[in-house]
Unconditional design. Structure first.
Length: 247
């Protein structure tokens, strides 16, 4: 799956929602999904960035595109329910959901993590995707083989000093994916995680400011795993974490 080469129409007829579609990995995933034939819903908090992704997808695909401006930090259950109704009215079903948006927060000693920062990162990285998934389940069930992909991290399977809040949110993400995969194991819906590994984005530069970005894979390099999990090639794969850059 790390060298998955889809047919050019692999995602044709599918509608996929990407969170954090304005930058980094989410922007590239939205573009690739559109190029391979999906209709793509671009969700994020910075409208100008979403518009730039929209323009890129429009130039490079025939996809039907939609923008959902939403800050996961302030989003309520009602926002997610309204979004689910809008998606159902416009597209009829949701075939794919990529939970990609996340905050890194500050890397700092556990004892010094401020309450506000812990709550903010958990709200975006955990609560947002929990309530969004809950609201979208009915419209995901309308698709014949819906695929929900969460974004994990190496610190989501092994804790690391000073990465407290972010790492805890990623462990919870892995847990949410596993609970859903087990609960829906007799359905056609599948739930998996991707661990992108160190990838050349703004978040990585913030975490490792002294690192040479040229030494890292780009978002484009890691797209085969994203395309695999959204394409019918991965039907039946559930409860897995795909590591895009195994050592
Ligand atoms: P970026 O910081 O480059 O992009 C994150 C995206 O999430 C941005 O578009 C950002 O919007 C959006 N976002 C952040 N907060 C919110 C919010 N409150 N509401 C809505 N959208 C929000 O990160 P990456 O592309 O590097 O990361 C993508 C995913 O991959 C994340 O889940 C990250 O944890 C994970 N990951 C990344 C790794 C890496 O090396 N890059 C390694 C392991 C995991 P805006 O642009 O407006 O800020």
């Amino acid at each position: 799956m790390l060298d998955f080469q889809p047919n050019s129409d692999a995602l044709s007829g599918k509608t996929i929602l990407v969170t954090g579609a304005g930058d980094g990995i989410g922007k590239e995933a939205a573009l690739q999904f559109a190029r391979y034939g999906a209709n793509v819903i671009l969700l994020g908090r910075t409208i100008a960035k979403l518009e730039a992704t929209y323009d890129l997808c429009e130039k490079q695909s025939n996809a039907e595109l939609a923008i959902v401006p939403l800050d996961l930090e302030g989003a309520t259950v009602k926002h997610y329910q309204d979004m689910a109704s809008t998606i159902e009215n416009q597209f009829g079903k949701l075939d794919g959901l990529l939970h990609n948006a996340s905050l890194l927060g500050q890397l700092q000693p556990f004892g010094q993590i401020p309450e506000a920062e812990f709550r903010q990162v958990m709200q975006v990285n955990l609560n947002g995707q929990f309530f969004m998934t809950q609201a979208l389940l009915p419209v995901l069930k309308k698709a014949p083989n819906a695929s929900v992909v969460f974004t994990s991290s190496s610190v989501g399977v092994k804790g690391r000093a000073y990465w407290g809040t972010y790492a805890i949110s990623k462990f919870a993400t892995e847990g949410m994916m596993q609970c859903l995969a087990d609960e829906y194991s007799n359905s056609t819906m599948r739930f998996n995680c991707i661990n992108p590994g160190g990838t050349r984005t703004g978040m990585r530069a913030k975490a490792f400011p002294a690192e040479n970005p040229e030494s890292l894979k780009t978002p484009t390099d890691i797209m085969p795993a994203y395309l695999y999990l959204m394409a019918d090639a991965s039907i039946g794969v559930t409860g897995e974490t795909l590591n895009c850059q195994p050592k």
